[in-house]
Design a protein around this ligand. Structure first.
Ligand code: ACO
Length: 352
C-alpha cells in the first residue's frame, strides 16, 4: 500500500489589494474594528471582467504542476473545492480542465462543496485514491472569488469584511517511503446549524427549511418560477449570512478536538507538531486554538492578516507561504485543520 505525498504546491492571489479603510466608503465599519475582531488588515479582490474562480484556480494549479516537475498531461484526476463557483453547474473542475487545456477526456474532475473544509475533504478523498493505486498525479485545487457575491452595505458588514479571493493547489502522488506523506485524515460534519453560515439562495428549498421567512414564492404550484424571486433580489436575500458568535463558539471547540483525534491516532501529542496550518477563518479563532493546545507561536502559521478568509483556498495558500518562508522542512510533522459552514470540520497529519 502506498502513502500519499504532496509533490508540488502553488498559490495565486489577485493583484488588487483591498484595505479595511477602502471598505469604509461602502459600509459603516472601521479599520480598528476589523483588525481587533478578525486580525484582517487587507484582502485581495479579483478583476471581475477578466478572472473567475476557475481561472484563479488554474493559475495556482500551473504553479503546483511546475513545482512537482510534471506536465499537465500527467494529471489523472482533478478535485476542485469552492463555495463560489463560476456557474451553479457544471462545477469548476471541468472549467479548470478546459483552462489548463487538458481536455483529452482521460482525467476525471470532481467538485467538492464543503466550504471552509473543502480542501481537507478533497485531500482525504485524494489520499484514498492514491493509496489504493487508482491515480498517480491528482491535482487538488481550492479557490474562491468571494468579492463577486458579498453585500457591501452596512447590513452585510459582519460577513463582507472577512472574505477575500485567492487560490491554492497541490499535486498528490504515491510514495513508498514510509517516512513521508499523509499519516491520517479526519472528517466530520453536523447539519444542525446548516443555515447559520450559508448562502441559501438561489436553491431548490422553496422555503422548506425556513417556513417563517418570506422568500416571495408564489402560492400556486407553478414549476420553474420559484428558484429566484423578485422579492429575494429586492430584499438582498442573495448574499451569504453568518451567525458569527455561533460559528466562533463551535470552531474553538471542534478545531482542538479534531486535531487531538488525529494526533492520538498516530500516537503523537501537540508538542510533536512542527507546524499547524489552521483554516484562516479569523485570527482570534487560530489564537484560541493555539492556546488551548499549548502551542508556541513558531508552531502555528497565520496569514489571514494579508488575505482575509479565502475559505477553500486558505489552507493551501497558508501551506504554500509557510513552505516558501522556510518554516517547514523535511521530516516535520505538519497538521492541517479546518472548520466551516455545514458545519463541517477535519484535520490531517502529514510527515513532510
Ligand atoms: N464593522 C463594525 N461593526 C460591526 C461589523 C463591522 N464589520 N460587523 C458587525 N458589527 C457590529 C454589529 O452590528 C454589532 O453591533 P451592535 O452591538 O450595535 O448590534 C457589534 O458589531 C457586535 O456584533 P457581533 O456579531 O456580536 O460581533 P462579534 O463580536 O461576534 O464579532 C465576528 C463578529 C468577527 C464575525 C465574530 O463573531 C467572529 O469572529 N465569528 C467567527 C466567525 C468567523 O470567523 N467566520 C469566518 C467565516 S466561517 C469560517 O471560515 C469558519
Amino acid at each position: 500500500m502506498y502513502r500519499t505525498k504532496i509533490a508540488g504546491i502553488g498559490m495565486y492571489v489577485p493583484e488588487k489589494e483591498v484595505s479595511n479603510e477602502w471598505l469604509t466608503q461602502y459600509m459603516d465599519t472601521t479599520n480598528e474594528w476589523i483588525v481587533e475582531r478578525t486580525g484582517i488588515e487587507t484582502r485581495r479582490y479579483a478583476d471581475k471582467h477578466k478572472e473567475t474562480t476557475s481561472t484563479l484556480g488554474a493559475k495556482a494549479a500551473l504553479k503546483a504542476i511546475d513545482d512537482a516537475g510534471i506536465s499537465k498531461e500527467d494529471i489523472d484526476f482533478i478535485i476542485f473545492a469552492t463555495l463560489s463557483p463560476d456557474y451553479y453547474f457544471p462545477g469548476c473542475g471541468v472549467l479548470l480542465q478546459r483552462e489548463l487545456g487538458i481536455t483529452h477526456g482521460e482525467a476525471g474532475a470532481l467538485d467538492i462543496r464543503n466550504q471552509c473544509s473543502g480542501f481537507l475533504y478533497g485531500l482525504s478523498v485524494a489520499d484514498q485514491f492514491i493509496k489504493s493505486g487508482m491515480y498517480k498525479n491528482i491535482l487538488l485545487v481550492g479557490a474562491e472569488m468571494h468579492s463577486m457575491g458579498l453585500d457591501f452595505s452596512t447590513e452585510g458588514r459582519n460577513v463582507s469584511v472577512i472574505f477575500g479571493d485567492g487560490a491554492g493547489a497541490v499535486i498528490l502522488q504515491p510514495t513508498e517511503n514510509e517516512n513521508e506523506g499523509i499519516l491520517t485524515t479526519k472528517l466530520h460534519s453536523d447539519g444542525t446549524h446548516a443555515e447559520e453560515l450559508a448562502m441559501i439562495n438561489p436553491g431548490s428549498h422553496g422555503g422548506y427549511h425556513l417556513h417563517e421567512v418570506d422568500f416571495g414564492f408564489p402560492d400556486e404550484d407553478l414549476p420553474g418560477e420559484i428558484f429566484v424571486t423578485q422579492h429575494m433580489l429586492d430584499a438582498g436575500m442573495m448574499y451569504p449570512n453568518m451567525n458569527g458568535q455561533l460559528v466562533f463558539k463551535n470552531a474553538v471547540v471542534k478545531f482542538p478536538e479534531v486535531i487531538m483525534e488525529a494526533l492520538i491516532e498516530v500516537g503523537a501529542s501537540p508538542s510533536d507538531i512542527d507546524m499547524l496550518i489552521p483554516h484562516q477563518a479569523n485570527l482570534r479563532i487560530s489564537q484560541f486554538v493555539q492556546r488551548k493546545l499549548g502551542l508556541r507561536d513558531d508552531q502555528v502559521f497565520n496569514n489571514i492578516q494579508k488575505y482575509g478568509n479565502t475559505t477553500a483556498a486558505s489552507v493551501p495558500i497558508a501551506l504554500c507561504e509557510a513552505l516558501k518562508e522556510g518554516k517547514i522542512k523535511s521530516g516535520d510533522l505538519v497538521c492541517l485543520a479546518v472548520f466551516g459552514s455545514g458545519f463541517t470540520w477535519g484535520s490531517a497529519l502529514i510527515r513532510w
